[in-house]
Design a binder for this molecule. Sequence first.
Ligand code: CDP
Ligand code: CDP
Length: 228
Amino acid sequence: MKKGIQVAIDGPASAGKSTVAKLVAKRFQYVYCDTGAMYRVVTLAALNQGLDLTDTVRVSRLAQAIKISFAPGEPEQRVFLDGQDVTTAIRQGRIDQNVSAVAAIPAVREEMTRQQRQIAEEGGIVMDGRDIGSTVLPNAPVKIFMVASAHERARRRYVENQEKGIATASLEELQREIELRDQKDSSRKVSPLVQAPDALRLDTTSLTIEEVVDRISAIVKKTLNELA
Ligand code: CDP
Ligand code: CDP
């Protein structure tokens, strides 16, 4: 018997993708893959090596050379760069500000997409990002496009930073940063942030995490029944 289906969750920054994806994965005992974390790791590695991020050849080579891995952890999954735990380091402001530039490099995307397809190959996976339903897993039977107002998304990120003890910009600055990143992610040439035609749009602005998890879980259950 197959291990389960592929569930693709896309949307702009802080729409609640990773929080919800993690909980849906737990409910179905699926693997969770945070593709944003993978682009963040490449960005961290490039900054650590002092690379000029406009040097797309060297950044792409680095993306192919490093080893990105995940391990289960509470309260959050751990992320590793060449065996070193970088779970907290990839959430710094300097990564937020530079990740969209790295994610716009075609060869970096090609490499991340290849690795993501490998991770999702066997099914039983919830993968979140920007281009999962549109490019990485175009045949995923469940595709969600999660949105929320920019104001609400900035508020969520602000609270999250405070809770995690991550140095945070003001609410206004965070909203500007989020809007700028959305604009960069939506306007890039390769695999931009876009709703796949067959994805279901879910506005989470006034929904609790639990409500969103329940809605997506119901869709996954319905799809599993239809496919059975
Ligand atoms: O958590 P947050 O929404 O801030 O972002 P993330 O999911 O960690 O993704 C960080 C950045 O990686 C995004 O702003 C995109 O530039 C890039 N990304 C991407 O291009 N494609 C993906 N599938 C996932 C993330
Ligand atoms: O992965 P993405 O950037 O889309 O968002 P996230 O990191 O999952 O969510 C950002 C913050 O919003 C987290 O601290 C969540 O707890 C919070 N959140 C919320 O308050 N209400 C929701 N419906 C979803 C997320």
